[in-house]
Every structure is written in C-alpha cells, then in structure tokens.
Design a protein. Structure first.
Length: 376
C-alpha cells in the first residue's frame, strides 16, 4: 500500500509522476531516532518498491523500483536524463538510480552514520541537479546547509550557516527542500520551521530570503509559469495551501485552494506536471492531491493510488470471469421462458415454477425455498 508520500517529481517529458513513499514505515508512529540522530530500527528496510511511477492523468501505476534499499524516504528528483535521485533520512544517504535500472549507481553519505563534512549527511531532505550535472543536497534536519557535488559524487563545497537570525540570506534553520530554476541557475531552499525561502546561485551565493506564511515544506520552480510553487503546512495563519510566489520579489501571487478550507492536512511534497499541481500527504489517508485550473484548483485525491495493490489488468480479468456465469444464467432463464411460451409464469411464485421444471424433487425444492424471500 501507499504510505507517507515523502517526495514527488516527474520525468522530462512530464508523462510520468514519480512518487517516493514510505510504505509501512510511518515516521509519526514511533520514535525512529535517538538523541544523536541514529536510527533505532536499522532492520526495517521497506520490502516493497517505494519509488513508484504513475500516470499523471489516471493515477495508474506504471512501474516501480527500490525494494529493500530504504527505511525513511524523503526527497526525489529526476535529472534531464531521467536518472532518479533520492534521499533517505534514516540512512543519512543520497542515492542515484540510472534510468531503467533497479539498483543505485551512486551513493553519497555513510550508511547509518549521521555527521557533516564531505562524506556524511544528517537526515538529508532534498536533491537537485543543475544543467552542468552538479548535484545539490539540502542537508537537512540537523545540518543547516546545502552541499554541492560533481555528478560522479566528488565533494565540491557546502553553503549556508546555522543561526537564529531571521531575514538574513544564507542563515539557515531546518533545510527541508530545494528546487532549481535551470534557466537562471538559481536555487530556492526551504527554511521550514522559520517560514522562509532562501535564494542562492549555483555558485553558492545567497542573494535573498522570502518570508512565507506557515511552514514551507516543499518547493517546485515551475518554468511554464515562471513562478515558485510552495506548499505549506496549516497553522494559525490558515489551512494548508499551494502558493505561487514571484521568484524575483518573493510576493505571493496566488494561493490554492482559494477557499478558507483545504482537505490537505500535511502536504510534504510538491511538483507540477502538465498544468496541474500534485501534493503528497504524510497525514492519513496517505495520498497525492491533484489541483488543476480546469477544476478550479480544488484538491482531489488520485483515487487509484490510495490503496492500489492489485494491477488494473488483474481486476479486468476478474470482472470478465464474473460476467460469464451471469450471462449464461440469463440466457438459460430467457430460453426457458420462451420455451414455455408463458411470460406470466414470472409472478411471485414463477421462479419456483421455472426451477421445478428442472427438478421434480419436491424434497429438494423445499430445501431451496424453505426460507427464501419468494414465500415471504
């Protein structure tokens, strides 16, 4: 079954929505980490595929991968070659899956060892890749930084400093997500708990910081709109919404849904595909909400992925098999009616008369009809 939806992304053709979920590993269900950020349940690897490729219009599952590699999935990103990059906060690692491959070709960070520096992360949250192939990791829950690597995994630099000051570009708190504007070579970093989004160049220069209502959990720069999409968690400022922000000024252009209420409880991930926003939930019921202009930006769950464990083709086969005996029974009944040339026999006792033609045993008839509604 689909679990908490840690991350969302899409392929370059926008023909596939990519979901990174936690299956049965619910972060809110128990204490997963000790005071030093070591995971307490190293043996609880997710046995099913947590990376799921979905048709963005129908919600049908196309294919999946990643079984037995992850414990607590968080962020996912597809680069321009459609390689899949993911982060796992329990493993303290970032992994790359080459397109159409089912095992990672590159792993960054040291498994189960939280830390900092060039070879360790501490609960890394997001990852993006720029046009030149450099990799940027938002790190994360315990390190207030963005880390840059080459495409082959060599450490380049780290950016940002931890601090309490608000409104200062590059002074970061809990770095929860990262997105990139490829054309302008700018990145946007979610400073979740402090309600801020920081703007930085691919060279590591922080140029601005924007105040965001609520807590910005996820970001997605949308080239088609030339706007930054931000999804927040509801608090005293209002319900959870997807906000469109001017990337140059930081001003909110619009928010969706526009009403004062929203079915979204804890949207944790966000992406934009073919004119629609998709937000992944980590509160029950775990699902992905779709919001499109055609629907007035009303969030609606993609129903087919809420609890889909049976392939649609299998369901179709079962439906056909169930229809065959029903059709046969209908043909037999109609045939007998025509043979008797007496439509009136289908009165309240008619079905009993029809069966009596097949079996003259009064004793068996009594067994069949003794408690039936026909006699009531």
């Amino acid at each position: 079954p689909i679990g908490q939806v840690g991350g969302l992304s899409h392929d370059t053709n926008q023909s596939q929505l990519v979901l990174f979920h936690r299956a049965g590993n619910d972060w809110s269900a128990k204490q997963w980490f000790d005071e030093s950020n070591n995971v307490l349940y190293k043996e609880e690897l997710i046995e099913e595929d947590p990376i799921v490729f979905i048709h963005p219009q129908t919600g049908a599952i196309l294919h999946s991968l990643g079984a037995s590699f992850f414990i607590m999935p968080h962020g996912v990103y597809l680069d321009k070659q459609d390689n899949v990059w993911v982060t796992d906060v329990a493993l303290h690692q970032v992994m790359k899956f080459d397109r159409d491959e089912t095992a990672p070709s590159l792993v960054l960070g040291t498994k189960f060892v939280p830390g900092n520096g060039s070879t360790h992360f501490c609960k890394p949250t997001g990852v993006v890749v720029d046009g030149e192939g450099f990799v940027y990791v938002s790190d994360g829950y315990c390190n207030s930084r963005v880390v840059k690597f080459t495409g082959s995994g060599e450490f380049v630099a780290e950016y940002g400093t931890a601090g309490d000051a608000l409104g200062v570009p590059g002074v970061l708190g809990l770095v929860h997500d990262i997105t990139i504007n490829q054309e302008d070579q700018l990145m946007y970093v979610a400073d979740r708990e402090r309600g801020q989004v920081h703007v930085m160049t691919t060279k590591g220069e922080f140029t601005a910081v924007y105040a965001i209502p609520g807590k910005p959990f996820a970001l997605d720069f949308v080239p088609a709109l030339n706007q930054l999409a931000v999804v927040n968690i509801s608090d005293i400022s209002g319900p959870s919404k997807i906000m469109l922000v001017d990337p140059k000024s930081g001003k909110t252009v619009s928010s969706h849904p526009s009403s004062s209420s929203s079915p979204m409880k804890m949207p944790h991930s966000l992406t934009f595909v073919n004119g629609s926003f998709y937000a992944g939930e980590i509160a029950k019921p775990f699902t992905v909400y779709k919001m499109s202009e055609a629907d007035g930006h009303k969030p609606r769950p993609i129903l087919s992925i809420l609890s889909e464990t049976i392939p649609p083709s299998f369901i179709a086969v079962i439906a056909v098999l169930a229809a065959v005996p029903l059709a046969y029974l209908a043909v037999v009944i109609v045939g007998r009616c025509r043979q008797k040339r007496n439509i009136n026999q289908f009165d309240k006792n008619g079905f009993q008369k029809l069966l009596r033609d097949y079996d003259s045993s009064e004793e068996e008839e009594d067994l069949v009809f003794k408690n039936s509604k026909i006699y009531r």
